[in-house]
Design a protein around this ligand. Structure first.
Ligand code: NIG
Ligand code: FE
Length: 467
């Protein structure tokens, strides 16, 4: 089978009439349809991708209405003149990637720091000298909200081309109430203007801004007293509960009706936010309706994993230096372990997170990019999957589950995205290869052919049709 041949997307296949309501989208002849059915996975189940050979999928109005073999669906699904039929011609179909951790709303770049790191300077040394996050804070404060939106939309296009269909984006390059709200507003505007689903996270506790370096407690006060209430969901949304907030954040609401943030993240790290300061911020976040997330044990073991479990964080991310005790506490609390191997790759000379141990301990392991201008300029999830396999010894099936259904769990969206099941959004990728194990085998390159978001074709044979 020549999977690299450019197939006709809309074929002439016309299945027999069936007494079912007509569907508007039908995908047939998937060499392998990876469903990820059955919810987030841990332990030995992480390898089970729920593959259907010669698979097919039907969707209507953006939602999946049937999944099975091509034969089954041709027999039971009704098509009509308005049905788009996609013949996958033996190529693999997988759920769209969910990227549960990015900092993609920023201005400027840090290519100079990259060169410095190649000369031996460490990330922490550059940060202490006023570079690092501070450098991006300066550039982002100077940028207009509309500039941030334009930059962000272009980056979202790149993510879509790489097969990402849902993405979390953090603030944290403003570090004043006004600049943090500017970033969150830019993220909200991107969500209104791009088909990708965007989940916003408030991260005013990303770093101490220069004006508060001598009085760090005052900055923690500012976050708790001023920024969190601004970032929090509005009162009527808070009443509707977290589930409906998530639906609003990713749904079809008008921009001004979307909450500014769903989660609150903290960089708990030596020299940045102490465990005590992080705890205070995350507890205040919970009081205003924001669910905690933690940048935990990225550069040292600060007890971030245990803290995340203790405060009921939905996820703890990075975990390069997480203790055994911390990981066990996360497994017990159900805190998702988000591994970000692109960051270890980019930082060099740091260990990769111990994903194998996390899996053994029963953690729900997810993968994300950590896309940001400093510690990880990589955004493509196929590349992240490659790194996870080659450097964290994840199996290709485990890595794909971690980058789809488990990643959805890291942002509370496992009921809506991350798998191909009836009732979920029709968010999927047609790969230019016959099976999902080719993603890391091809080193993540050139594997994404078509991307469908809520039943709409965003990317056709590597070309972006719409954003
Ligand atoms: O996840 N650790 C803090 N935040 C990012 C880096 C952001 C930056 O360097 O601009 C991270 O690695
Ligand atoms: Fe990060």
């Amino acid at each position: 089978m020549d999977v690299s041949a450019q197939p006709e997307l809309v074929s002439e296949v016309r299945p027999p009439e069936a007494p079912n309501p007509e569907v508007d989208l039908l995908v047939i002849n998937a060499g392998e349809l990876v469903t990820m059915a059955g919810g987030p996975r841990k332990g030995a189940r992480l390898r089970d991708v729920g593959a259907v050979p010669n698979g097919a999928l039907a969707a209507h109005q953006g939602m999946i209405v049937d999944v099975g073999t091509t034969e089954e669906l041709l027999a039971r699904v009704q098509t009509g003149p308005s049905t788009r039929i996609i013949d996958a011609r033996g190529r693999a179909v997988i759920p769209g990637f969910v990227d549960p951790h990015t900092h993609l709303c920023f201005a400027g770049d840090r290519a100079d720091e990259f060169a410095m790191r190649l000369q031996g300077a460490t990330y922490a040394e550059i940060a202490r000298a006023g570079g690092g996050i501070q450098a991006t804070v300066r550039a982002t404060r100077e940028a207009a909200c509309s500039d941030l939106v334009e930059l962000g939309l272009k980056r979202l296009d790149l993510l879509a081309l790489a097969g990402t269909t849902t993405v979390e984006i953090k603030s944290g390059y403003g570090l004043t109430a006004v600049d943090e709200v500017k970033q969150l507003t830019a993220i909200r505007e991107m969500a209104a203007r791009h088909h990708l689903d965007i989940v916003p996270t408030f991260m005013g506790a990303h770093e101490f801004p220069p004006e508060y370096r001598q009085d760090r407690e005052a900055y923690v006060d500012l976050i708790c007293e001023e920024m969190l209430p601004l970032a929090a969901p509005t009162p009527e949304q808070a009443d509707a509960g977290l589930i409906s907030l998530l639906e609003r954040a990713v749904g079809h609401m008008l921009p001004h009706e979307r909450p500014l943030a769903i989660f609150c993240d903290v960089f708990a790290e030596a020299g940045v936010f102490t465990a005590e300061q992080s705890r205070r911020i995350l507890q205040a976040a919970k009081r205003v309706g924001l669910r905690p997330k933690v940048h935990a044990d990225e550069l040292s073991d600060l007890g971030g994993a245990s803290l995340a479990a203790e405060v009921g964080a939905i996820s703890a991310d990075h975990l390069l230096f997480a203790s055994e005790r911390g990981l066990a506490a996360m497994a017990k609390a159900g805190t998702v372990a988000v591994c970000l191997p692109g960051t270890a790759f980019s930082l060099m000379d740091v260990p990769y997170a111990n994903a194998r141990r996390m899996i053994e301990l029963g953690c729900t392991v997810a993968l994300g990019s950590d896309f940001n201008p400093g510690s990880c300029p990589a955004y493509a999830m196929p590349f992240i999957i490659t790194l996870a396999c080659m450097h964290m010894r994840m199996d290709p099936s485990e890595a794909l589950a971690a980058a789809t259904i488990n990643a959805a769990a890291a942002i509370g969206l496992e009921g809506r995205v991350g798998s191909l099941e009836i009732g979920k959004q029709a968010d999927f990728v047609i790969l230019d290869v016959p099976g999902h194990q080719h993603i890391p085998y091809r080193m993540g390159q050139g594997v994404v052919a078509c991307v469908i978001k809520r039943g709409r074709l965003l990317v056709e044979e590597g070309r972006l049709l719409r954003r």
